[in-house]
Design a protein around this ligand. Structure first.
Ligand SMILES: [Zn+2]
Length: 296
């Protein structure tokens, strides 16, 4: 089995045919590893933009790729062909976070016609490494940067040009060598030829606005009084704002009004439900909090 770590650099540029900014691929870098994670081949291709004559200052500062370098690059088609030749033995292809895949999908749709990056078996290396770090007892809250992960595994990055496609890939290889576990790693291999794979990747989570949505179980709309625990009576319909659905509820036993809040976030294969009940402020209490403006 071969492994390939892919790392691309892209620059945001205005794409006239669609009147929007897209992240156009400017560099495709990759390293090929053998079974013991030794580097056996590298790929380093600079791509010239098919619609822009410049690169942003920010991009040049970050990557060291100048306008001249971009302009003397190959076309994206040629770059992808070079990549596909590089991965012809169907290796497991990895990237550091799946953001590279979003960019690939967008570049395929906008710039490439029928040509596709040949990615079959895919692993989000960031996800795998973050899990390994958690198992080591590290507390990982948000997505960890490559340099941060390298540091946690005592890999020195001083001699590397971070944010160049090739060197980033080499750091990934060193990381993988340090924390590869066959069983756990195989659980992260995804079949990128399955249409569901890209559907899931490009699915945008959203908050449900309609209380009658089938994704909200009916019993979830029931609330009980915080004092007497008796069921509340709904007095208004649910209204959507601040990513949540709100309604006024009433306890006939205690003569108290409540605000019920339900938030339902739809992800590709799940619904994340949350609910909260708070006592409704009386007009007097509201007046206390917000004193009326004095007469001028
Ligand atoms: Zn009550």
């Amino acid at each position: 089995m071969e492994y390939v770590i892919l790392d691309m650099e892209w620059d945001s540029a205005f794409f006239p045919p669609e009147k929007r900014f897209i992240n156009q691929i400017i560099q495709i870098g990759a390293v090929k590893l053998d079974e013991r994670f030794n580097i056996i081949d590298t790929l380093d291709v600079t791509v010239h933009s098919s619609f822009s004559k410049r690169v942003s200052k920010r991009f040049t500062t970050l990557t060291g790729i100048t306008k001249q370098m971009m302009l003397s690059g190959v076309s994206l088609e040629e770059g992808v062909k070079a990549f596909n030749e590089f991965v012809k033995n169907e290796p497991i292809i990895m990237t550091w976070s799946d953001s590279d895949l979003y960019t690939i999908v967008d570049n395929e749709k906008t710039i490439l016609k029928d040509l596709r990056f040949d990615i079959r078996k895919y692993v989000d290396l960031q996800k795998y490494i973050q899990n390994e770090l958690r198992l080591k007892g590290e507390e990982i809250k948000s997505q960890i940067a490559l340099s941060g992960a390298a540091e946690l595994f005592s890999i020195k990055t001083d001699d590397f040009d971070l944010h160049t496609a090739k060197d980033d890939s080499i750091i990934c290889a060193l990381l993988l060598k340090k924390c590869y576990n066959k069983e756990r790693f195989s659980a992260y291999i995804k079949d990128a030829t399955d249409p569901e794979f890209y559907k899931k990747l490009t699915f945008r989570a959203y908050y449900i606005k309609d209380i009658n949505s089938p994704f909200i179980p009916r019993e979830y709309l029931n609330f009980t009084c915080l004092d007497c625990k008796k069921p509340l009576v709904r007095k208004t319909s649910f209204n959507f704002h601040n990513n949540s659905l709100f309604a006024t509820m009433y306890c006939e036993n205690c003569d108290k009004e409540y605000i019920a809040r339900i938030s339902a976030r739809k992800t590709y294969d799940d619904v994340k439900l949350r609910k909260k009940l708070t006592l409704k402020k009386t007009q007097e209490e509201k007046d206390e909090v917000q004193p009326l403006p004095e007469k001028v």
